[in-house]
Structure formats: structure tokens, C-alpha cells
Design a protein around this ligand. Sequence first.
Ligand code: NAI
Length: 462
Amino acid sequence: MKEYDLIVIGAGPGGYEAAFEASGLGMKTALVEKDAVGGTCLNRGCIPTKALLHSAELYKSAADAGKFGVCFGEVSFDPVRIRERKEEVVLKLRQGIEGTAKRKKTEIIYGKAVVEAADTVRVISEEDEELLRAKHILIATGSVPVLPPIPGSTLPGVVTSDGLLNETEKIGRLVIIGGGVISMEFAAAYAMLGTQVTVIEAMPQILPNLDKEIARSLKMQMTKDGVLIRTSARVREIRQEADGSLVCDYTEEAAAKDADAGELLHAEADRVLIAVGRRAYTEGLFKEGAAPETDRGRIVVNENFETSVPGIYAIGDVTGGVMLAHYAAAAGKNAVRRMLGLPDAADLKFVPSCIYTKPEIACVGMTEDEAKTAGIPYSSRKVLMGANGKTVVTDGERGYIRVVFEKESGKILGAQMMCERATDMISEFTEALTLGLTTEELARAIRPHPTYSEAITEALRD
Ligand code: NAI
């Protein structure tokens, strides 16, 4: 039986970052993966969607380039090549992870891991089985899409994000069930590629977990871009017509109320994307009697990432809560360091969240509503991007930056941005929150001209 200090199960961003941290700190580490390294983020999530969005943005920019004095003639796109390019990007990054594993002396073992006891893992692959033993086991098995019990949801052409990322045909009409982050990113990409997109969201607003102002502004922008957004709507059934096209029957009442009442409305589609959330993935992971405590399928952990079974730890999507790659990666490093009694690598208190729509959305810390609920005397400032030089030069989307801060001290509480490059610029605010800076202190840094980030200085000062 092979012996390790640490066995990490799942090679997504949480798992591989934890394994590399452990190897770097001198632990003999095995990283077990049943599929491809990189997890959902690299193979079916963050990276492939951004590759799709990049192609869609290029197409849209080329189609609209005439107003900048650049003419291409007729612009078209090739969905097969878009998919191939996505595969190339994924492969390159996968090789990067495998290269880092070699350099760090982390052993990657391919196969399905089954935890048999607090210190024993069986790895089953097509060729063989092996038993591994370790002082610590870290579960980082991630999440899978939730499939709601909607009649017709198994029809051909009804897909999750996994399926849509492998699409090789031009899609004329796309209906998306759910109006969360995955929905908004696919809606943005497909709208740019000329698809008629309809979003059907059960709650009264899209992005129900986000700041109301951001959700309202995005709805306005998306609607302007031709996306049909139906809120407080419930899909009753997905049907297939004789010609193969799909129809979503839905009602528009507040879903929580009487779903049976109201007129039955219809949205036609060539593909239906289901994006109603993700759930922790632990299928077949534990031998009977070896499983730690769970809560609605999520593995329960304490502040040290320890599960109810001593020696077994868990991080990332499988523990529920914040389901973001960068959070899992930071938590993975901290978990390893806590196993060794070392100080944390990252402050997990302030987690930026980003949505890659057009324009981009990024938030960190508190919104005005959250400050109000917490009873903190706060103030906020908002700057519109319409007067920002770089935004005018690039004909960027209209948007804004809002900063929320303590009224008396000026200490920054949070920021919400909806503008070009918001996903890069949010890091300024994450740093400020982590360091406990005031608006005045953050405003002292000189920002280059002309840039989008100049608007941050403006938002910080009257
Ligand atoms: P989500 O939780 O963001 O949104 C799901 C939406 O579906 C909610 O608005 C919910 O009200 C709605 N919904 C639920 N049941 C419904 C029904 N039967 N009919 C209509 N609407 C319904 O989930 P999503 O978009 O699937 O994303 C999953 C996870 O992936 C998220 O937790 C997110 O953190 C992560 N993710 C993050 C990204 C980013 O940070 N850029 C990008 C993509 C995913």
C-alpha cells in the first residue's frame, strides 16, 4: 500500500492548488482525479465559457467595426472552429497543470477514488485498483448541475452548460431556464452571435442573489441587446414539435404563489439550457459507514475545513456556500496550512464575484442593502462611466462603479461595478477591503490616464 502525508480527491482549482501547496510545504502528496485535471472550471466551466465569450465578442466587434473605420466585408463565424479553439485552450491549460504537478513533485493518480476509512482511499481505474494510505485526506470533488423535475427535461436538445459548450451548430433560438450567473454569461455570448435568447427565471429578478441595482441594470442592457427576459415565471413543460423544435410552456405568476393559475405562454427553441444551480458532488465517494456528516448533500466542515471524520477535510463546491474557483483555490491552500498549524495563505473574508457579461459585472464586500441590514451607518458614491475617456474612445457600454463605505471613518465596505474590465478592476477593492483601507487612502494611488480605472479615483472622491 502506497503511503502519503496527504491524498487530495478531485483535481479542480481547489484540489490542485491544495496539492501544490502541500507538496511545496514538503508533504508527500497524491492528487486523485477520475476525469481530466482542471475540474469543472477548466473543462466545463469558467475557461471554456470565457473562450466562447471571447469568440462571440470578436465576432460582434468585427460586425460593428465599421463605426471605428474598419471594414471587413461580410463577417461570419464557424461554430465548429469556436469549439476547436475552446478545446485548444483547455488542453494547453491542462498541460500546464500537469507540468506544475511534475515540477512540484505532486503525484497525479487517474481513477475514481473511494474513501474506505479515515486514512484509506481505493483508486479504481479501467486497468487496475490500488489502495492508498494517508495521514490526511482532502475532499475537493466539486459540484454538478441541478436538474429540476420539469417534464421534458430529458428531451434531445435540452442541455446543461456541459452540453452547450460542446455545441457545433449555429443556434437560432435558445431558451435558458434560470436567470443566474451561468444563464447570463451564455445569454451574453449567444446574443452576440445573433441567437434569439429567452431567459425564464422563477424569481422576480434575474441574479436574485446579487445587488438589486446591478440586476436591474443588467436586465435593461440585455433587453437592449435583444434578450427576452421573463421573471417570476415558471416552466411547466418542455415539448418537442413534429419538426424537432422545442417549446417551453411557462406561466408568469410569482412562482412561490399559485403556479397553476395564469395563461400558459410559450417560448420556442432549438436548444434549451437548464441552469438552475449546482449541487455538491459526492456520488460513490464514500464506502458505507465512512462518510462524514452532510447537510442537503454538502459536506459539513468547521473553520479548519475538518469534516466530522477526524483526518478528512473538505473544501470548494462540495462544501456548498460560495461556489467559485478562486474561493476554492484559496480555501484549499488554507486547509493544507491549517493541517500543518501554519498561518493562512489567503483572507477568505472578502471574495470577489464576477460575471462576464457585456459590460462585465464585479462585486466585493457589502452592498448598500447589506450595510443597512447590518445596521452600519454607511454612505455610498456612484460614478457613471459615460464621462470616462477610455470608455468613450472604445465606445464601451454605459455602466457605473459604486463604492459603499462607513459614513464616519470612510472605511470601505464594498464595491459594485458594471463596466468594461470590471472583473480585473475589482481587485483594487478586494485589496482595499483586505487591508482595511478608507476611500481617502485608496484614492491616493495615482491611476494612469486614459484608463477605465481612473473612474475608481472619481468614485472614491467627491
Ligand atoms: P445560480 O444559483 O447562479 O442561478 C440559478 C437561477 O435559477 C436562480 O436565479 C434561481 O432563482 C433560478 N431557478 C431555480 N429553479 C428554477 C426554475 N425551475 N425555473 C426557473 N428558474 C429557476 O446557478 P447557476 O447559474 O446554475 O450557476 C451555478 C453556480 O456556478 C453558481 O453558484 C455560481 O457561483 C457558479 N458560477 C460562477 C460563475 C462566475 O462567477 N462567473 C459563472 C458560472 C457559474
